[in-house]
Design a protein around this ligand. Structure first.
Ligand code: GLU
Length: 342
């Protein structure tokens, strides 16, 4: 592909490269918008955005970066971080494993007498179990605490899209079945309808592509928000979160992604995709049409091109990891301050 030719020692300015990726892939019409949650089927397949946020709060972006959409499975990453902070690593590991599965994200396979916990926090079973760990004396308090955590990552107020929440709640039979199986096998306690509601609410959180890149940048920055400076996750747990993103974050494509792109990432069925370049930047793409694995078609293309161009695969030792960072340094970008987030 034309865009990937001519890898030199210094990358092109990142902004112009993002623009060329946007132009190259905006006419790519492969994939299908998710429709199993009726409200998601209304998404505009042509929407497309790419955002990069650096650790010092600079933003490079192109496309529909301020378009709001529901976060869906990308929320699982942050809920897992919250569970780790609230309960500690050992306690969370008792409840949810860290083993990748080759099964679909919404699989109920392996929830049986022989399994003691869901495989990992990125599949639905593990995510429902993780979200059920949110502390609070009532459903409202638990929701408020969860939203407060997301607000810290985004750096401004965030809200649940009620239509999507109700749409998923009314049709989420598979997740309900998963929760019942987990209840049966002792993997979940308490009121499972409440646990499911909180999980559906978390998935229906409204974010923009820029928000997602900012959230990813906070992880890249060892848990410190790149703009507000607030600590959003203890550094010791950033390691755990990035590890499960790396091995389990891209549905049935996780191994392929680790091989080809080589950085921790998570995608969601509304077409969002985040990736973390540790100590460098957070990147997000939004484009609703999904491939057969449930990942954004344009999103995967953009990351493959970026990884190849800038050599940010974590094990691409020949590239020395400085390529992308150097390109960011040599570029000028809008620098956000806290007021612009509000
Ligand atoms: N709320 C969605 C579900 O549980 C999230 C799916 C996803 O984005 O992978 O089905």
């Amino acid at each position: 592909m034309q865009l990937l030719k001519g890898m030199g020692n210094v990358g092109p300015p990142i902004q112009s490269f993002l623009e060329s990726l946007y132009e190259a892939y905006r006419s790519l019409n492969a994939g299908q918008v998710a429709s199993y949650i009726p409200e998601l089927a209304k998404a505009d397949a042509s929407q497309f955005a790419i955002s990069v946020v650096t650790l010092d709060g600079r933003v490079f972006q192109v496309g529909d970066c301020q378009q709001e959409f529901t976060i869906q499975s990308i929320s699982k990453v942050f809920a897992y971080g919250m569970a780790l902070e609230e309960w500690g690593r050992d306690r969370v590991l008792e409840k949810v494993g860290v083993e990748p599965t080759g099964d679909p994200f919404n699989s109920h396979i392996r929830l049986d007498e022989t399994s003691h916990r869901p495989d990992n926090p990125m599949v639905n079973a593990g995510a429902i179990a993780t979200t059920s760990l949110v502390k609070g004396s009532s459903p409202t308090e638990r929701l408020n605490r969860l939203l407060a955590m997301f607000r810290r990552y985004v750096g401004r107020d965030v809200y649940v899209d009620i239509s999507t929440f109700l749409s998923e709640r009314a049709t989420g039979h598979r997740n309900r079945a998963i929760a019942h199986l987990m209840l049966n096998f002792g993997m979940l306690n308490g009121d499972i309808e409440e646990a499911l509601d909180l999980y559906f609410q978390q998935c229906a959180l409204l974010v923009t592509c820029q928000d997602l890149a900012t959230m990813a940048a906070a992880l890249a920055n060892r848990g410190q928000h790149p703009i507000t400076g607030e600590r959003v996750l203890r550094a010791e747990y950033v390691r755990d979160v990035l590890s499960v993103m790396y091995t389990c974050g891209m549905y049935n494509f996780a191994g392929e992604w680790a091989f080809r792109v080589g950085i921790p990432a998570k995608s969601g069925v509304s077409g969002g995709l985040i990736a973390v370049i540790p100590n460098q930047a957070g990147i997000a793409v939004f484009s609703p049409p999904l491939d057969e694995n449930g990942n954004s078609v344009r999103g995967v293309k953009v990351f493959e091109a970026l990884s190849q161009k800038y050599g940010f695969h974590m094990f691409d030792l020949s590239m020395g990891h400085c390529h992308f960072h150097d390109s960011l340094l040599s570029d000028s970008a809008e620098k956000l301050d806290q007021e612009q987030l509000l």
